[in-house]
Design a protein around this ligand. Structure first.
Ligand code: ADP
Length: 387
């Protein structure tokens, strides 16, 4: 299918006004009944490595089928990634459709989520019903702890599915078509996963005045960005590697009754517009101000939901206070952000590596879980692996 037919088929958000009722149609973009094996069902194996990402302007709140209530933008990471290998062959009765192994061990709960995901995209990829899958995956960082394993995991999986389509049905010829579809599919698995498909900085969600942006997939935003931001370091400070008690799925849902939600969605729209200008100008002070305010606002949304909850830990706050003090006392332009979890992402220009690492070792290590730091940086995006 060509890109224009995709757009023609796109009915998302089409609202029919019947007497007093609004009916939202399910997205039908990319639905394609022809993607079915007519003759023999093939077997094969495909692997992708896909990175996690860390949002600067946060996505928190969604509607319909994984459509964000405000736009977001993230740095794609480099060392925090998932590597996934999908082996597929003809489905057999009485055998599970998906067997999922995480770090070499069978993981039925992840496997069940992937089966449900495959079912949910059955109109896009009808051939999924004809196959059984053995999926082996590993993450380079703790999962379910607010470092976005859902983003790297679902983007790696979506890339494998697009490669299966490309190999057996053709199409997706241009790189742009391939990654756009992978981003669309990743979004249906986990919203912010759609930002992991490209390197550098990636937005997701319609930004006022930015035609290239979309609610349906991520858009790379590296044109006109000051080069300092494309080589930024992110030292991920592991305060707690345990699984968080409230999942992001529940957190997003609670935004529908949060009394501050509409102000938050407006604020995010303003912040992303400002941040895009700041990234272009290379204005570090404004970058720090927007990034830290976004992190604290995200957690404020959790605290002002009902039921209310906290994902920050005492050591999260201990570290934040030391970051404030260090910046004030030394003038070093570093800042923090948080994902939906207790762990701190310490962001700073690459050229400050030595002094920031001395600060981490000297002042922050005692607050970390087993002194653990993932020395990450802005990355280039996913990579197909050789078999
Ligand atoms: P995180 O902060 O790590 O994204 P979430 O609770 O939001 O935490 O997401 C964790 C979920 O992401 C897991 O329950 C699982 O469904 C999915 N996930 C994590 N790692 C992988 C992976 N390697 N492959 C597929 N899915 C994964």
């Amino acid at each position: 299918m060509s890109g224009s037919i995709h757009l023609f088929n796109y009915f998302y958000g089409l609202i029919e006004q019947t007497t007093n009722t609004l009916i939202y149609r399910r997205p039908t973009m990319y639905n394609n009944p022809e993607l079915i094996f007519e003759q023999s069902v093939p077997q094969g194996k495909i692997s992708w490595r896909s990175p996690s990402n860390i949002a600067l302007v946060k996505y928190w709140g969604k509607r319909d089928v994984q459509i964000p209530l405000n736009p977001s933008i993230s740095f794609t990471l480099s060392k925090s990634y998932t590597e996934t290998t999908v082996e597929y062959s003809a489905a057999e009765e009485d055998e599970p459709g998906v067997q999922f192994f995480l770090e070499g061990e069978i993981n039925t709960s992840f496997g069940e989520k992937i089966s449900a995901y495959f079912q949910s995209i059955g109109d896009i990829y009808p051939f999924l019903k004809q196959l059984k899958f053995t999926i082996r995956s590993s993450n380079t960082f703790p999962h379910s702890a607010g470092i976005a394993s859902s983003a790297s995991g679902m983007s790696a999986l979506a890339l494998c599915l697009c490669s299966i389509e490309q190999k057996h049905f053709g199409g997706l010829d241009s790189e742009a078509d391939f990654f756009q579809k992978a981003s669309y599919l990743a979004r249906l698995g986990s919203g912010s996963a759609c930002r992991s498909l490209y390197g550098g900085l990636v937005s997701w969600g319609k930004v006022n005045g930015r035609e290239e942006t979309s609610d349906l997939w991520g858009t790379q935003q590296i044109k006109d960005v000051h080069p300092d931001f494309l080589t930024f370091n992110d030292s991920i400070l592991i305060v707690d590697a345990a699984q968080k008690k409230v999942s992001s799925r529940i957190g997003h849902g609670l935004m529908s009754s949060n009394p501050f939600s509409s102000a938050r969605f407006e604020q995010a729209q303003k912040n992303i517009g400002r941040l895009m200008d700041v990234l272009k100008a290379g204005d570090m002070d404004a970058f720090i101000n927007i990034t830290e305010s976004e992190a604290l606002t995200l957690h404020a949304m959790m605290m002002t939901s009902n039921p209310y909850y906290l994902l920050m830990k005492p050591n999260t706050l201990n570290i934040i206070e030391r970051i404030f003090d260090f910046r004030k006392n030394t003038g070093t332009p570093l800042c923090f952000t948080l994902d939906a979890g207790p762990n701190i992402h310490l962001l700073y220009p690459e050229k400050l590596n030595t002094e920031v690492n001395a600060f981490i070792d000297g002042e922050l290590k005692p607050f970390l879980h087993q002194g653990r730091v993932i020395a990450d940086r802005v990355g280039e995006g996913p990579e197909k692996r050789k078999q």
